[in-house]
Ligand binder design. Structure first.
Ligand code: GLC
Length: 629
């Protein structure tokens, strides 16, 4: 059952697809106290959800904030990252789900200030609140997902493996990467184009020398079964003569300051403007621009920098420059020096900037800060709506920033993580929260984006990520190469990525089933084994679809793992490409997992395909059965 409570929302966010009547009275079991929703927890209470936030599957014991943030350090103390996913399930004396539908900032103190108290505080008390009760954790998710509408289903080929790197600059770089994969016999379906394919980082342009004929090149790659997936950034370069700028400026499609002037920010192209995605006309206009690339044979995109990320605003930068200039040649003591340093550091993603521009929405002029969390969602929606018009086939689309609602239009990746062992576990722990909120097509940068990856880290990371719907290896500019061919021996990588392809018929059909049934593809063990107290404490294993459970290794130099089996299962082991099975009883086990072996568990037989070099070659019909008991 769903009850909707009215706290005078300032705007319809677009998260829900059903218009439920409001319920009178208090939103029990919460009580209202000082503009917060408050609930006491007993010792056994567990809390799930909150999408892409940091820390564990059970969110209890920390404070989280929904405020879409370009956060390059995903450390434990961070309260916000790129997405705003305000749905949680409280599994305590009373068990229920709660969705706080609010476009601005909201804080979830889940036993942080007081370990027994949940305090949820919207910065502006203007929202819709949905309280959902049902017979089981899965059923609560099902009710919520029916409320927010069906999740995005990507094309089948998007279940293949993808390679990306910020640093492939030219067609030759991409060609070389494709060749290296082919020569190593490692399957591949997608190569990603980062910002360097553009001309001066201008959206919807192609650098004339780096990619002299992108149409011919993308056709040539597709013949090999490899799709090119370019990035699109939110901000548009401010440059007269660049048609996207000229048109957007003339038609008033960019966000404006308080005087109605275009609000100028700095992102990759330098001075840039923010398309007003909350203005449906502007969003439709921006979406149509993707045609420049679909006309060249492009079938998928990743949307980036759409929190929106601001390196600086023109006015913030000018103020900072003035301050520094005013210090003149005076002797800089330590305090004034640190002041200068802080002034510069605070230029990036400054809340004052978010408060300084406006959207022209159907509900009228709205300050960006109050609807900040909707920006990435509306960019994804603008691309999705346009791609549905432009192409007959489904397109690949995923984004960095998001709000619930965007799950109907595309997937997400979890942004700029690091080549850290802890980030394998972090990625695993983010998946169920994202799935609860409808984001099923998701994954993290395999090998880690920032920092330098090592061979063993990549092997372990791939061994987990081969189960994530979005399986993409991506790295930052200037970091060590981390392609599956970059560490000399390619054999072990070939075996792991081939295993992904052999599992695609299972993974894809479980994914589609989860979408159709408003269910989760990745689930914590406690969702399937509700009365099992041990299962409820497992933070590093997940159910994948109806039949599988995974328990990846995420610790450096470890060659075994403690595993909890909530019931008897078949352990499936891939060793040097060969598959073996072993029956294991319910309970705890210590399983040997040498580097390069992939171990996972089946409750029931699963389909298993023959090896293939890409999804086009994959034989979806003639399948074996794995894990027969
Ligand atoms: C952002 C993205 C990253 C991309 C980089 C350059 O940091 O998160 O994936 O490589 O921008 O475009």
């Amino acid at each position: 059952m769903i009850k909707r409570f009215d706290f005078s929302p300032i705007i319809r966010t677009g998260a829900v697809v059903r218009d439920l009547p409001y319920t009178d009275g208090m939103p029990a079991p919460f009580i209202l106290k000082d503009n917060s929703f408050v609930l006491q927890m007993d010792d056994k209470t567990r809390v799930y959800g909150l999408g892409e936030t940091m820390r564990g599957i059970n969110k209890r014991g920390w404070i989280y904030e929904s405020f879409c943030t370009d956060e390059p350090f995903h450390t434990e103390e961070k309260r916000s990252v790129y997405g705003a996913h305000n749905f949680l399930i409280i599994d305590g004396e009373e068990r229920f789900g709660a969705f706080f539908d609010i476009p601005g900032k909201i804080t979830f103190d889940i036993g942080y200030t007081d370990s027994d108290t949940i305090t949820i505080t919207p910065e502006k008390f203007a929202l819709d609140l949905y309280i959902i009760t049902a017979d089981s954790l899965k059923a609560i998710v099902g009710e919520f997902r029916a409320l927010i509408g069906k999740s995005y289903i990507p094309p089948k080929w998007a279940f293949g493996y993808g390679q990306s790197r910020w640093g492939y600059v030219t067609e030759e770089d991409i060609q070389k990467c494709a060749d290296s994969y082919r020569d190593a016999g490692i399957p591949l379906d997608m190569l990603y184009l980062d910002i360097d394919y553009m001309d001066s980082f201008k959206d919807f342009t192609v650098h004339p020398e780096r990619f002299p004929d992108l149409k011919a090149f993308s056709a040539k790659m597709k013949e090999r079964g490899v799709r090119l997936i370019p990035i699109i950034d939110a901000a548009v370069k401010k440059e007269e003569g660049y048609s996207v700028y000229d048109e957007g400026h003339e038609k008033g499609y960019f966000c404006k300051d308080e005087n109605g002037e275009d609000f100028v920010v700095g992102v990759w192209p330098g001075k840039s403007l923010l398309p007003d995605f909350l203005n449906p006309e502007a969003a439709a206009w921006f979406g149509k621009k993707y045609k420049a690339l679909t006309d060249l044979g492009i079938e998928g995109f990743w949307n980036d920098m759409n929190e929106p990320a601001l390196f600086y605003s023109e006015r913030g930068f000018n103020n900072a420059a003035e301050q520094i200039k005013n210090l003149g040649s005076a002797r800089l003591d330590a305090l004034s020096f640190f002041g200068v340093r802080d002034t510069l550091a605070k230029l990036q993603n400054n809340p004052d900037d978010y408060k300084s521009f406006y959207h022209n929405t159907p509900e009228g002029k709205i300050n960006h800060y109050d609807v900040h969390n909707l920006y990435g969602y509306h960019m994804t929606k603008s691309a999705y709506d346009a791609l549905c018009e432009l192409r007959d086939e489904p397109s690949l689309l995923f984004s960095r920033a998001s709000y619930i609602g965007a799950h109907r239009c595309g997937g997400i990746w979890t942004g700029d993580n690091h080549s850290w062992w802890s980030h394998i576990l972090q990625s695993l722990q983010q998946m169920p929260g994202l799935n609860m909120c409808g984001f099923l097509y998701s994954g993290s940068d395999i090998g880690g984006f920032n920092g330098n990856c090592t061979r063993d880290l990549l092997i372990r990371w791939l061994s987990f990520a081969l189960f994530t719907p979005l399986m993409r290896n991506h790295a930052a500019f200037g970091t060590r190469s981390q392609e599956a061919f970059a560490f000399g021996d390619t054999e072990v990588f070939r075996h792991i990525i081939t295993l992904r392809y052999r599992l695609i018929p299972y993974l894809y059909s479980e994914f589609v089933k989860a979408v159709e049934n408003d269910a989760m593809y990745f689930r914590p063990l406690s969702f399937d084994y509700e009365s099992d107290e041990t299962a409820a404490t497992v933070e590093d294993q997940l159910m994948v679809g109806d039949s599988l459970m995974i328990a990846p290794v995420y610790v450096q130099n470890t060659v075994s793992r403690h595993i909890y089996l909530p019931e008897k299962m078949t352990m499936i082991r891939m060793h040097e490409g060969d598959i073996s099975t072993e029956e294991l009883s319910q309970g705890r086990h210590n399983v040997s997992v040498p580097l390069g072996d992939v171990v996972f568990f089946a409750k029931s037989p699963i389909p298993f395909a023959k090896p293939a070099m890409n999804t086009t070659e994959l034989d979806w019909e003639n399948l074996e059965q794995l894990g027969v008991r």
